[in-house]
Design a protein around this ligand. Structure first.
Ligand SMILES: NC(=O)c1ccc[n+]([C@@H]2O[C@H](COP(=O)([O-])OP(=O)(O)OC[C@H]3O[C@@H](n4cnc5c(N)ncnc54)[C@H](OP(=O)(O)O)[C@@H]3O)[C@@H](O)[C@H]2O)c1
Length: 284
């Protein structure tokens, strides 16, 4: 079986990809800056290597002999987003010089289109994709819509905070479905040199999704206009809140591009909530 090196396997959206690849029999190599954390998450049977996207020798040694690479990185500011996506991709390609891979794949975003580049996250995702495209290595860019797992980040004590407007449908994606979708594409040699939207089975506006989750988790659904969230963020010197206010406003303004060729996942939000309750029930 092929060896796939995953950078960012410890992340919220990297974990389900790494787990799907392991379940499908890939030889998975995890590149991380924190091997102890990766071992806690994945156990002793997975090949875990200490490597940093900003340390080319560490990447070169960890990637020797790999067949594929999957990259799942994020960023918490314009500077870290640029560093992880643009500089990180340049470093990755330098570290892979002299190796020909089956594919280098990355998580991009449904909004990573040049006409939406007024937001820096879309802009740097797009730039990272262009670097892969120009590299002469086979590449894949997955462009998922909002993940249902992001809704966890909206919970504050007994409230589900919904920031920003809600006029457009969103194809919510379950992260486990996404992991399986990525694994299937990596196994399919026809699935190369593409950028693909990944959309869930139904559209729900932000308000519809938040109401459904708040009901299920017995939280108070609390909408907050983006201008108010941005003001609170500025006054409390919370740049992440300011950015989330802008992100939700921007995503609602641009909406998602219709795409008949989008990869479709199957889990609905209702099913995802049921799966979550079952998991919590088992854990308790
Ligand atoms: N949330 C959504 O709805 C949504 C929708 C579409 C796309 N996305 C995209 O999904 C991406 C990933 O999100 P996430 O939630 O999984 O992020 P996350 O939880 O913050 O994980 C980031 C990962 O990046 C790794 N990383 C960071 N800096 C690194 C470095 N210098 N060298 C090597 N690894 C590094 C970390 O690994 P270690 O700490 O182990 O090194 C960590 O596993 C983001 O780019 C986001 O734009 C999200």
């Amino acid at each position: 079986m092929k060896t796939v090196s995953v950078i960012g396997a410890t992340g919220m959206l990297g974990q389900p990809v790494a787990r799907a690849l392991i379940a499908d029999g890939f030889n998975v190599r995890i590149l991380t800056r924190n091997p102890g954390n990766a071992r806690r998450l994945f156990g002793d049977k997975v090949d875990i290597r200490n490597a940093d996207l900003h340390d080319i020798p560490s990447l070169k040694s960890a990637l020797a002999g790999t067949d594929m690479v999957y990259v799942n990185v994020g960023g918490h500011s314009k500077a870290t987003y640029y560093r992880n996506h643009v500089v990180g991709t340049q470093n990755l390609l330098k570290a892979l010089e002299g190796q020909t891979l089956d594919v280098i794949a990355m998580i991009s975003s449904a909004a990573a289109h040049p006409e939406f580049n007024d937001r820096w996250d879309n802009h740097y995702k797009w730039e990272a994709e262009q670097l892969l495209k120009a590299s002469n290595q086979p590449y894949l860019a997955f462009m998922p819509s909002w993940f249902m797992e992001s809704l966890d980040l909206f919970v504050q004590k007994n409230r589900l905070m919904q920031i920003g407007p809600s006029t457009k449908g969103i194809h919510w994606v379950a992260a486990d479905d996404y992991g399986q979708t990525v694994s299937r594409c990596l196994q399919d040699e026809h699935c190369r040199n593409k950028r693909m939207h990944v959309y869930g089975p139904e559209t729900l506006t932000m308000t519809q999704a938040c109401r459904r989750v708040a009901d299920s988790w017995q939280l108070q659904h609390t909408p907050l206009p983006s201008w108010l969230a941005a003001t609170i963020g500025r006054l409390s010197r919370d740049p992440v809140l300011v950015d989330v206010a802008d992100l939700t406003r921007h995503y609602d303004r641009t909406g998602e591009k219709p795409d008949p060729d989008a990869l479709r996942t199957t889990t609905t939000l209702t099913q995802w909530l049921l799966n979550r309750s079952a998991k919590v029930g088992v854990a308790a």
